[in-house]
Design a protein around this ligand. Structure first.
Ligand code: VG1
Ligand code: CO
Length: 542
């Protein structure tokens, strides 16, 4: 039976960079998830009888909300839902399934790289029929609805057997529980030369993939070990756990330190990689060398033609504004355009749909292409493997060669996490005060060519997005950028992005932090970070 349940609005359901993210206890409040899901449905039109894809990254509270979402989809009139077995579905796989099965949209339960468990984070995001994150127009409508919602619809049917593949029915709506890996794996086989990669594993080539006890474990085992012949044990931490084994499923040098240490050790395998909570990020480390995500975007774009899926070349590249400008140089050489968008994958969707860009990336370990409408961790790993198999060179050689060819963009991001929100806003306002000025004492001898609050005009739907990050651009091509994170759940996270271009091969080696030390000092002084936040050092450096 379909029930109409009265409810009251929650004031804090504003979606951030990627959906609504809050602490688990917030989501456990009565009606909290229901209100948000109903607000999504209330903001959409024309889904009666259509298909909805539902899945999540397996974190704590996943199964409960999957059941809720299925019963609410039935009550709201969807004709069919596709649910990943066990309630599991990586973000890129969800994107693919939405596209392949011509679904109206999808609900992905994830807080991605944020920690999980009973005191960790949870999240809900909505993806549209192109498989990509809902654009701002929709997230704003959802938020507006959450502020006035007074009822939600739900079926009182018993729970769906999530672990059994097969078809059930609720209120006349079909519920199909499917294998979350199969469709995705088939897509990867179309894009990449699996024989080339298989040959590599049949020889001496070895890798480690750290799934961080998150969603990519089953995908990586099936593809790398079972299909490509990588030895068993190549995938570590491969079982998704509700609390990610107590770790933080953020594939960076802090949270994937074990992988980094291994890759820098004498017994390092040839290639190391990791992915995040929901499988859309990738960390790439060669023996002896960490590849920054910005460099990885540039390298993948320059070498994509070595994979069958991109043999005809790429139509364009898109990167988020804070991502280094290394990809711009590749685009220039390939004679294609490089688009600069605000942070968050939702801004790439239109460019991909319109065929303006083929490969997209963010400095935050996100890379992807037009094969889906989300960033895709394993895709990046497989493209790297395909390139390594074709070029038969080490990661280190490939990276150094790239720097020699194009110059190196030294790049780092400093995060100050859980800063008091008022203080963080004060700091941003202080920096904003410098915008447009020429006389800025903390800049010392650096020559500023432009400073602004980044705004984006979407060339496809003509929408405008303002307030996307404070930029200081210097004459020598270096940049300092400040923005506040839109994915955190406690206080504010200040992100400082620092970049300098080095064309001289003789100066391209060495430590990134040392190479950027002048700019780092300027960035700290300009923002008065220490006095305003009380922090003498960043929480995380990537
Ligand atoms: C961060 C990253 C951004 C990424 C977003 C979602 O956002 O900076 O590049 O798209 O996370 O990634 P923010 O607002 O905290 O800087 V995921 O893998 O957490 O969905
Ligand atoms: Co993610």
């Amino acid at each position: 039976m379909i029930k109409t349940v009265p409810t009251k609005p929650f004031a804090d359901q504003k979606p951030g960079t990627s959906g609504l993210r809050k602490k688990v206890p917030v989501f456990q409040q009565k009606n909290y998830s229901e209100n948000f899901i109903q607000s999504i449905f209330d903001s959409l039109e024309g889904f009666k009888g259509k298909t909805l894809v539902i899945g999540g990254d397996g974190r704590f509270h996943n199964r409960e909300v999957i059941q809720t979402a299925v019963k609410m989809a039935a009550a709201n009139g969807f004709g069919r839902v596709l649910v990943g077995q066990g309630g599991l579905l990586s973000t890129p796989a969800a994107s693919h399934v939405i596209r392949k099965h011509k679904a109206f949209g999808g609900i992905v339960l994830s807080a991605s790289h944020n920690p999980g468990g009973p005191d960790g984070d949870f999240g809900i995001k909505y993806n549209i029929s192109n498989g990509g994150p809902a654009p701002e127009k929709i997230t704003e409508a959802v938020f507006a609805r959450t502020k006035v919602i007074d009822r939600y619809l739900i079926s009182d049917a018993p729970d769906v057997a999530l672990d059994r593949i097969g078809t059930n029915e609720i209120e006349g709506m079909r519920v199909q529980v499917f294998d979350p890996v199969a469709d995705y794996q088939a897509l990867m086989e179309e894009l990449f030369d699996f024989d080339v990669i298989r040959d590599m594993f049949a020889g001496t080539f070895r890798m480690r993939f750290d799934a961080m006890h998150a969603i990519t474990g089953p995908y990586a085992r099936a593809i790398l070990e079972k299909t490509l012949g990588a030895p068993e044990g190549t995938v570590v931490n491969g079982t998704p756990l509700p609390d990610f084994g107590g770790h933080h499923p953020d594939p960076n040098l802090v949270h994937a330190k074990a992988l980094h240490d291994l890759m820098m050790a004498k017994e390092a395998p040839d290639f190391g990689a990791a992915s995040d909570g929901d499988g859309d990020r990738n960390l790439i480390i060669g023996r002896n060398i960490f590849v920054t995500p910005s460099d990885s975007l540039a390298l993948l774009s320059a070498n994509a033609h070595l994979a069958p899926g991109y043999a005809k070349g790429i139509a364009g590249i898109a990167r988020s504004m804070p991502t280094s400008m290394a990809a711009d140089r590749v685009a220039e050489r390939l004679k294609v355009k490089c688009y600069e968008t605000p942070t968050g994958w939702k801004f790439f969707g239109n460019l991909l749909d319109a065929g303006l860009a083929t490969i997209c990336g963010e400095e935050s370990a996100g890379t992807g292409s037009n094969h889906v409408r989300e960033k895709d961790g394993l895709w990046a790993v497989l493209l790297w493997l395909n390139i390594l198999g074709k070029r038969k060179e080490s990661v280190e050689n490939i990276v150094f060669q790239h720097w020699r060819d194009y110059g190196r963009n030294f790049y780092t991001r400093h995060d100050y996490e859980e800063v008091d929100t008022e203080r963080a806003n004060g700091l941003m306002n202080h920096i904003r005060g410098f915008l447009g000025k020429t006389d800025i004492p903390p800049l010392g001898s650096k020559t500023l060519v432009k400073s602004d609050d980044f705004a984006y005009h979407d060339p496809v739907d003509q929408s405008d997005s303002k307030g996307q990050g404070l930029r200081f651009l210097f004459k020598d091509g270096s940049r300092i950028i400040y923005r506040l994170s839109g994915t955190g759940t406690a206080g504010a996270t200040i992100r400082v992005y620092i970049e300098r271009y080095e064309p001289d091969p003789a100066k391209q080696g060495g430590d990134t932090q040392a190479a950027l030390s002048d700019l780092i000092a300027i960035a700290r002084n300009l923002a008065e970070i220490e006095t305003r936040t009380g922090r003498s050092a960043p929480t995380v450096i990537t």
